[in-house]
Design a protein around this ligand. Structure first.
Ligand code: PMM
Length: 269
């Protein structure tokens, strides 16, 4: 059964409002809505990783995410913290997070892997080739599938060397990270090998430009949020078919519905 991870972004650009507390309240309310929609996990992040995004100071990042994690961390679902900073990861685990989602796979902060090893949290190691500002400069591959798989394998080895047991490790190919929309579709050919390698696999396609590209190839404009969420529901089903452990999505209700229909089709009750 593929799990659904709902996205809770606590960034100024995701909530246009007057102040910090209003922002926290909006993020907490949003997280609760996603849980009501059927999210199994919530991913709370305070730093945008969109192409060209600026880095956020650690103190600001923690001020954004910690109060939200404290409020949302209740029994029945796990919270992950989307951060590349070891100090934020440790503070988030103390606030109740069970998973550290590091889009850099431990590369951005040399303290990350040993810091997570010292907690009992799980870790998402995502494929990454540098910060957002230079995301596409690093997107050059001779053999994309083999290189991405090899680079993920090296991050897994580094995490194990730091003392993180294999059962605590989740891997993610990082759609859109150091990969053009075309590259993302190329990597889909490597999913079987990634999932077959044995670690839990998280996939994040929600509202990404690879979906707009797929639509454009068929002469369809999918630039509205509603259309992107519909396309994401489709990739959620395909991710479940491929054997993904979880999908990371903005519109939890649409993905839940799509997965329910898929399960009925498969005869899974
Ligand atoms: N994508 C984004 C942010 N964090 N984390 C993981 N593990 N996988 C992803 O694909 C991923 C991520 C960027 O998407 P957003 O800005 O829409 O949240």
């Amino acid at each position: 059964m593929t799990l659904v991870m709902g996205i809770v972004n606590v960034t100024p650009d995701s909530f246009s409002d007057g102040g910090r507390y209003a922002r926290h309240d909006a993020a907490i309310a949003h997280g609760r809505r996603l849980l009501a929609d059927g999210a199994d996990l919530l991913d709370v992040g305070g730093e945008s990783t969109r192409p060209g995004a600026e880095r956020v100071a650690q103190a600001d990042e923690q001020q954004r995410v910690l109060p939200v994690i404290e409020q949302l961390a209740t029994p029945g679902h796990a919270i992950s913290v989307d951060t590349m900073n070891a100090a934020t990861a440790v503070a988030a685990v103390a606030a109740g997070a069970r998973i550290v989602n590091d889009v850099s796979g431990g590369l951005a902060d040399p303290d990350m892997l040993p810091a997570v090893a010292a907690t009992d949290a799980d870790i998402v190691l995502q494929h990454w080739r540098g910060h957002s500002a230079d995301m596409y400069g690093a997107a050059r591959y001779d053999d994309l599938v083999a290189e991405v798989l090899g680079e993920i394998e090296r991050r897994v080895a580094a995490a194990r060397d730091a003392g993180i047991r294999g059962e605590r490790i989740i891997v993610d190919p990082g759609f859109g990270f150091g990969k053009t929309p075309e590259d993302n579709w190329r990597f889909v050919r490597g999913l079987d090998a990634l999932i077959g390698a044995g670690h839990r696999v998280l996939l994040g396609t929600s509202r990404k430009r690879m979906l707009t590209l797929a639509a454009a190839r068929a002469g369809i404009d999918a630039s509205t949020e509603a259309r992107l969420d519909l396309a994401t529901a489709v990739t959620s089903v395909l991710s479940a078919q491929a054997g993904a452990w979880a999908v990371r999505v903005h519109d939890v209700a649409a993905t839940r519905l799509a997965l329910a229909v898929r399960d009925a089709w498969e005869g899974e009750e």
